[in-house]
Design a protein around this ligand. Sequence first.
Ligand code: FHN
Length: 421
Amino acid sequence: MLGSLTGTWFDTAGLGMFIHWDHASQQGLEISWPLVGGGDILEHAQDVTPEQYHSSAATFDPQAWDAPALARLAKQAGVQYAVLTTKHHNGFALWPTQLDDWHIGNTPYGKDIVREFTDAMRAEGIRPCFYFSLCDWHHPDYPAFTMEHRPYQLGVSPPMPAEEQWERFLHVMYGQITELLTEYGDIGIIWFDGGWERRASQWRSSELEALIRSLQPEILINDRLPRVGDYVTPEQFVPPTAPDGKWETCLTMNESWSYNPADQDWKSPRSLVHTLCEVVGKGGNLLLNVSPRGDGSLPPEQIERLEHIGAWAARNGESVLGVEPGLEPWQHYGPSTRRGNRVYVHLLSRPYESVTVRGVKVKRIERVTEVSTGTELTWTTRTGIIEGFGPDPDGEVTIDVPQELIDDDATVLAIDFSSLS
Ligand code: FHN
């Protein structure tokens, strides 16, 4: 059932880390899509044969993978939850599944990457979560994608296999999900993807949902298992208005999900800070993607961006982590958030000399500060002349913002009210 859960940790998480990774990162290939010919939705996805794509599993040995270091970097950036591609559309499992032999246990690396991930994230107080692709372009009973199936057509379901094959596939899939949800402790989210290739009745969505909730009653399920979902997942896009209910934007730092040296189309660190403010101001979370290389290390461009966000969060993080949405869009030209009686106003462009916030209870304002330095700012209020004689009028507050307090990424002002109810 869509959107059935009430308040959870997710509502105020703010920032999550998405991790897209598999053996083909050794070849610098975008994850999964090259094996079906590239796909129309991913600008930088290459085109290789399925054999070429799958071939690098044989040499996967990411000796520079350092899950604790990644978790520390995530923590320093303000990340509250992390979602790992345990299995993407290409079917390769990053844990040693007992259900088939296409997994990390059968590579030179041999160790359980999912376990390393869950242990490391938990050690930093970050909730581990699992991405799991429903479609599987490698499993013979799905059936596996071959050159004969080209061109891949998004929105067109591939032919169903024979009934007994589909039963066998579902047995594997349900078994893998059971492994993931019983062997690795509490998991924050199961993040499905690839469900567009089959209908809810074919995935047996209700049965799968019941299984998941019986194994992990507190888990959240995203909206990509057809007809199921606790929250919605706009991809590579911030919706102009907040969607109903819980939501999360997933976003890459360049235009690729996994390590792709051909893609140098990087978003600026500042724009990522702005997106974080935008998303949180609308009540969503930002699930920001990273892409380890074939040896497990992160590309320097991604480290730089995470560190940049972390540096901003060290100055202003209280305004995006553990907060609710703040004002209505017409009250301030930019995002805003709230914790208790404090409203945070984000300035995503440089003010001339002052900033005005409208439609607030002006007689309840106690102080206004610039968050990163704690500097108290001067402010004046204005109401309609007659209304101003009332005990609790609505009006506007105009805040002076000295040039020297302007943050290079996003300045944050905090307005403290005696009460906001
Ligand atoms: O095809 C995938 C893509 O590789 C990536 O995993 C994203 C993340 O949201 N989801 C899919 C397309 O919607």
